[in-house]
Ligand binder design. Structure first.
Ligand code: PBG
Length: 325
């Protein structure tokens, strides 16, 4: 027997295109956007070149631009003007995220609006749940988390994405949404969310670094994968329509395992430091940014992700249209 000629199918671009196993397009990307209460215009986030804090007016313009680029949607993060122990800015009728949802829907009703549902930006402790005597209390937090999701639904959000990692929050959110007739609002659960150093630039951007301790009593230990199955199973059982693995790049094995085990759509969140590392190296001229980013996105699809939350989404949309980012 002769040896096999694997190179035969790589011989020309049309052949390579024909046999390519994994591809991505614009519809795979959700763009994270930070909206800041009281801000005029926009301000670049220093550790995340190309990513901004948006005041509401600039945010409206951004929504128009993103829709014109053909991106399907955004996930919103809010930075409130004030924080309090009850995290009341998180579920305020006229909170920054609620107003941003309304603004986005006014600019383009067909543009998908997802929201991050969490308390950490809204309380001085900077934790994702309610703090009592130095503890992040689970069951009491659920009411606040569910109220936050409901307020987003009332403002017009299509998808709510709880990222707090309290146990039982998907059930609490689904019940409250249904009681208020928001049966069609989708829950994308951050089901598998690890305690990660890769969130560093985000915490600076969202002003949400914990004032004491860390997030390891509620976010997962990054050494674990069986635990990811337990987390995902609970969220699916509680009614999550879609589940997420976060971070993305060092967790491709987790995405693959979750994809193989569950039949709901699976997303992965290409988080802030994953973006910052690429941008920093690109700014030095050390890497081919476009090549690196496309390879990274393909790796998420290959690992089984149905869609990707990524700060690179806007650049990718431009590259896919043959424009310069
Ligand atoms: C809020 C939240 C965080 C991120 C998304 N939602 C920060 C955290 O949990 O500490 C991180 C996103 C990123 O790093 O891009 N809980």
């Amino acid at each position: 027997m002769d040896f096999r000629r694997h190179r035969r199918l790589r011989h020309s671009a049309p052949l390579r295109n024909l046999v390519r196993e994994h591809t991505f397009d614009m519809n795979d990307f959700i763009y994270p956007v930070f909206v800041q209460e009281g801000l005029n215009g926009k301000e670049e986030i220093s550790a995340m070149p190309g990513i901004y804090h948006f005041g509401l007016d600039e945010f409206r313009r951004e929504i128009v631009e993103l829709s014109e680029l053909g991106l399907p949607g955004v996930i919103l993060f809010g930075i409130p003007a004030e924080k309090d122990d009850q995290s009341s800015g998180a579920y305020a009728e006229h909170g920054i995220v609620q107003e941003a949802i309304r603004a986005a829907k006014q600019e383009n009703p067909d543009f998908l609006v997802m929201t991050d549902v969490c308390l950490c930006q809204y309380n001085p402790a900077g934790h994702c749940g309610i703090v009592k005597e130095g503890q992040i209390v689970n069951d009491e937090s659920l009411r606040y988390i569910a109220e936050t999701a409901l307020s987003h639904a009332q403002a017009g959000a299509d998808v709510v994405a709880p990222s707090d990692m309290m146990d039982g929050r998907v059930l609490a959110i689904r019940k409250l949404l249904d009681e208020h007739n928001y049966q069609n609002v989708v829950i994308l659960s951050y089901a598998v969310k690890y305690a990660s150093a890769f969130y560093g630039p985000f915490r600076e951007a969202a002003h949400s670094a914990p004032a004491f301790g860390d997030r390891r009593t509620y976010q997962m230990d990054f050494a674990n994968i069986r635990e990811a199955l337990r987390e995902a199973r609970s969220d699916v059982d509680e009614g999550a329509d879609m589940i997420m693995v976060k971070p993305a790049l060092s967790y491709l094995d987790v995405t693959r395992t979750i994809r193989n085990t569950f039949d709901v759509p699976v997303a992965t969140y290409n988080v802030s430091a994953e973006y910052s590392m690429v941008k920093a190296a690109a700014a030095q001229g050390w890497i081919d940014e476009q090549g690196i980013v496309k390879e990274i996105m393909t790796s998420f699809k290959r690992a089984g992700a149905d869609f990707i939350l990524t700060y690179h989404a806007k650049d990718l949309a431009k590259w896919l249209r043959g424009q310069k980012a």
